[in-house]
Design a protein around this ligand. Structure first.
Ligand code: TXA
Ligand code: MG
Length: 323
């Protein structure tokens, strides 16, 4: 595994069918040439991810949507124009340039133009679409620094492009526009309100929605047990927990709990700050050997919806946890 900021080297490795981890504004991605089945197969092997789980294709800002998707509805063009580059993935019908291996055999494809300058520079140097899931092992918390990628994947990745910590900190919002009505498949870095201003109301995923492993109950689980509750329920949750207990909450919230019998992990008070710090916090708490994390759920507005979603998934039942 090599690590650095050598874009020519990273793009050369992608062209040779190898794996390059790269920063985006949301989380780090584990990238391969989206048009090559052999390159994409390496992603599934490195992550330990089932092959039927589709990957997002990342595109440069000047890429043509029509090269990567077909039957594109007007709403998708309007949304792409307003939201990209940015933390939004749009599901459309798959174009012929996208390998079926990338979409897990689906006739739809997730497309996203990332805002991170290094991601854009890599996409331009490479000249094609980069298929990339989050650069963690399947079932673990997504990486928001190059160190997280190295800790999770080590030599399974050929090059780690180091862009420092990610700005947004949670994965992109995923909207399915491949069917009659827009559906929110995953809340994320772009708030629902900003998307609905363009598409109208987003429906919740139903049984007919495309399968997304990010929607498994406990996809984002750290090793410690996570209990996610409303802030006012934190003291009772602490009283009922056993072992080494940490409370994960906005710094302000701790002012109401002067005598808490738990370690305090203080997050920023605003939802965007919480999102940015969340995954590193869960990793820190695991590294510290905490047994139980009691997390205060933020209000579900703006980025709070994604933060709450990830906390509830991290708290999901262990038996559902993907390997
Ligand atoms: O912010 C992000 O989205 C990051 C960065 C690297 O771009 N990527 C990411 O990828 O989170 P991943 O693979 O960890 O999560 C992508 C989710 C998965 O749940 C996958 O099933 C879903 O997107 N997905 C991708 N293509 C899809 C498709 N064609 N139909 C339905 N779901 C799709
Ligand atoms: Mg992921």
């Amino acid at each position: 595994m090599e690590r650095g900021i050598d874009l020519e080297r990273a793009a050369g490795l992608l062209s040779a069918g190898r794996l390059v981890a790269f920063p985006t504004e949301t989380v780090y991605g584990l990238g391969a040439d989206a048009s090559r089945a052999d390159a994409v197969a390496r992603i599934f092997a490195a992550k330990g991810r089932p092959r039927a789980h589709p990957l997002i294709v990342h595109l440069a800002p000047e890429a043509e949507l029509d090269d990567w998707a077909i039957e594109i509805p007007d709403a998708a063009r309007r949304l792409a124009a307003a939201a990209w580059p940015g933390p939004l993935t749009i599901i459309l019908r798959r174009g012929p340039r996208v390998s079926l291996a990338t979409t897990g055999g689906n006739d739809t494809v997730g497309l996203r133009v990332p805002a991170h300058p290094l991601a854009q520079a890599l996409l331009r140097a490479f000249g094609g679409g980069i298929a990339a899931p989050s650069a963690n092992r399947f079932g673990a918390v997504s990486p928001t620094t190059a160190d997280h990628v190295v800790a999770d994947l080590g030599d399974a990745v050929d090059y780690v492009l180091d862009g420092g910590p990610c700005e947004v900190g949670v994965e992109s919002t995923i909207v399915d526009l491949s069917r009659a009505h827009p559906v929110l498949l995953r809340p994320g870095g772009m708030p629902r309100e900003a998307i609905e201003a363009i598409t109208g109301p987003l429906a919740a995923a139903d049984a007919a929605a495309p399968a997304a492993p990010g929607t498994l109950a406990s996809h984002y689980a750290p090793r410690a047990q996570v209990i996610a509750v409303a802030p006012e329920e934190v003291p009772a949750a602490v009283a009922g927990a056993h072992g080494r207990i940490a409370v994960l909450a906005p710094a302000q919230a701790f002012l109401a709990w002067p005598a808490l019998a738990a370690e305090a992990y203080r997050l920023p008070d605003d939802a965007a700050g919480m999102a940015r710090a969340l995954y590193a916090a869960l990793r820190d708490l695991d590294d510290a050997g905490v047994d139980v994390v009691i997390a205060a759920l933020p209000p579900a507005a703006g980025l709070g919806e994604a933060v709450g979603d990830r906390l509830l998934r991290a708290a999901g039942p262990r038996k559902d946890r993907p390997q």
